[in-house]
Design a protein around this ligand. Sequence first.
Ligand SMILES: Nc1c(NC[C@H](O)[C@H](O)[C@H](O)CO)[nH]c(=O)[nH]c1=O
Ligand SMILES: CC(=O)[C@@H](O)COP(=O)(O)O
Length: 169
Amino acid sequence: MAVKGLGELDQELDGSKVRVGIVHARWNKVIIDNLVQGAKKRLLELNVKEDNIIIESVPGSYELPLASAAMFEKHDVDVVIPIGCLIKGSTMHFEYICDSVTNALMDLQFKIYKPVIFGVLTCLTEEQAEARAGLIPGKMHNHGEDWGAAAVEMVTKYSPHLTKISGNK
Ligand SMILES: Nc1c(NC[C@H](O)[C@H](O)[C@H](O)CO)[nH]c(=O)[nH]c1=O
Ligand SMILES: CC(=O)[C@@H](O)COP(=O)(O)O
């Protein structure tokens, strides 16, 4: 039995009223395309309406935090799934972007009290990224699917309980 993964849900999820923003980087496009497609597939399976899934792109993962913040205002979404794929090169570029993007996405949640999913792969090799995008048959599943499910779960379970602390309606 697989140890990794989201595990079983503890309640049924219905995304029929949930609006989701997906903002994805264009770096490492083959990986990104599959991750976005996996996230969208899972959202539709959880009854999110196609019209309520708004997808935009940015150049690279470094641009994801600001664009994620803007998605809430621009499209009035309940949750954003920023999707990126960072692959280690030969400089410290990878480490700085991994660290700053991760922190910025976490911080964003506590500025606006709305869920921001962590849809960023931080891989040491292209093969690691391909496996996590479900591109190597029999190896790993498409992690985009997990991010779609996490988005609906976070809105369903927690968004209604963040109104007092945030002042959001
Ligand atoms: N090396 C990767 C990048 N680099 C680009 C930056 O994210 C950014 O777009 C640029 O520095 C302009 O601000 N982005 C990825 O998403 N993945 C990488 O592996
Ligand atoms: C996008 C860059 O700035 C690039 O030079 C970083 O190089 P590397 O990915 O090999 O660390």
